[in-house]
Design a protein around this ligand. Structure first.
Ligand code: PLP
Length: 406
């Protein structure tokens, strides 16, 4: 089925506006996605008619909203096909999810001299928490290298795995380059040595169908705001055995079974990892966004976005002095590029004045930029609501930049 893009665009009120008297072209979807009206309406409805703190009241509003929150967990569980809905923990986002695993897993399983493997493609959110564990536990961080196209070298990965390796943490899709990593294979390789794997799904959940049981990942994390849901909500999926064995990350209300001044026992899953008042409004908004995406169909989204990527790659490659950074065989709809002798900030600011929003900088992947020997790129990241006409506008804007600097 092909997508009715005109109709879809009407679902996103923010797209229908002008910036600098030009129709907005929003190509910063890798940073955050826009919200369909159904998600905006859902949040407004909760605050205007249903709001009450969950899990604690015996009164009507609290019971109703608690049910809606737990229903949202079921929607997420079915969406990623977790074996149990209590393997889905709501967090504030990918960053908190990774910090939770790094802290809790680190406390339980990582000791002096142990090794943690990440990759050269990681976002800072999947680097710094592991560095902190290494500092605390005197463990060692190992990094999988990449080739010139921005693909992970899986032979090198295999060589890095050792009896000291306690966990592998890699992204599914690189936010800076768009590379889709063969995480299924990476998980299989690690599992042959009984090493668990965390997948940072911040850039894959919105572009492809995720089945955590088929992947057999031990942890999968993502942010709601990158899949058309509200800000402030994210997911930590973990296999039951790990979540049961790991100590909690944050402590306080709701995550306890019994508290005395002498001792505290912890609540069952998933509540053990949900200390304090959760962002129940955004969790319900996330379920609404997931249903919206499911209605469009992830296969249809992937096909449409692939078409956009191919069109944009072909078109931008015709521009003299433009170099695409990240040319992996398997990519999602992200194009990072540099312009010869023009700084990405300067180019980004001019492109913005033409109404086209692209991201500039290191994309929270400074070690990757160091490896590539650049200090940043311009990045256009496409969603299903973008069009080829918008890509033409980006093309024209880049030509204008070049003219101004010539
Ligand atoms: N990991 C990747 C691959 C990302 O692209 C991002 C955000 O861009 C993050 C982690 C962090 O996500 P958040 O800021 O929503 O926690």
């Amino acid at each position: 089925m092909s997508l009715d893009i005109k109709k879809i665009r009407n679902d996103f009120p923010i797209l229908n506006q002008q910036v600098y008297k030009k129709p907005l072209v929003y190509f910063d979807n890798g940073a955050t996605t826009q919200k369909p009206q159904v998600v905006i309406d859902e949040e407004a409805k909760i605050y205007s008619q249903e709001n009450s703190n969950i899990h604690r009241g015996v009164h009507y509003l609290s019971e109703q909203l608690t049910q809606r929150y737990e229903d949202a967990r079921k929607v997420v569980s079915e969406f990623i096909n977790s074996a149990h809905d209590y393997e889905v923990v709501f967090t504030s986002g990918t960053t908190e999810s990774i910090n939770a695993v790094a802290f809790s897993f680190g406390e339980k399983y990582i000791n002096e001299g142990d090794e943690i493997i990440i990759s050269s493609l990681e976002h800072h959110a999947n680097i710094v928490p592991w560095q902190m564990v290494c500092d605390r536990e005197k463990a060692v961080l190992k990094v999988i290298p990449i080739n010139d196209k921005g693909e992970l070298l899986l032979d090198e990965y295999q060589k890095l795995l050792s009896p000291k390796t306690k966990i592998v943490a890699v992204n599914h899709v690189s936010n800076a380059l768009g590379t889709v990593n063969d995480v299924k294979r990476m998980i299989d390789i690690a599992h042959q040595k009984d090493i668990p794997v965390l997948i940072d799904g911040a850039q894959s959940i919105q572009h492809s169908k995720i089945d955590v049981q088929e992947l057999d990942c031990d942890f999968y994390v993502f942010s709601g705001h990158k899949i058309y849901a509200p800000n402030g909500i994210g997911v930590l999926y973990g296999k039951e055995k790990w979540l049961n064995d790991m100590p909690p990350f944050m402590t306080g209300g709701e995550m306890i079974k019994k508290v005395t001044f002498e001792k505290t026992t912890f609540n069952e899953l998933p509540f053990k990892f949900e200390a304090g008042t959760p962002n129940y409004v955004a969790a319900i908004g996330l379920a609404t966004a997931i249903k919206y995406v499911q209605k469009l169909g992830l296969e249809n989204i992937a096909a449409y976005e692939k078409d956009l990527l191919e069109y944009a790659t072909k078109k931008l490659n015709t521009i003299d002095g433009l170099r695409i950074i990240g040319t992996a065989e398997n990519k999602i709809s992200v194009i990072s590029f540099v312009l010869e002798n023009i700084h990405h900030y300067d180019a980004g600011m001019i492109i913005d004045k033409m109404g086209v929003a692209v991201r500039t900088g290191h994309h929270c992947a400074e070690p990757l930029m160091d490896f590539l020997n650049i200090d940043g790129t311009l990045r256009a990241s496409f969603s299903f609501y973008n069009t080829k006409e918008e890509i033409d506008k980006l093309y024209d804007a880049i030509l204008t930049v070049k003219q101004m600097f010539s």
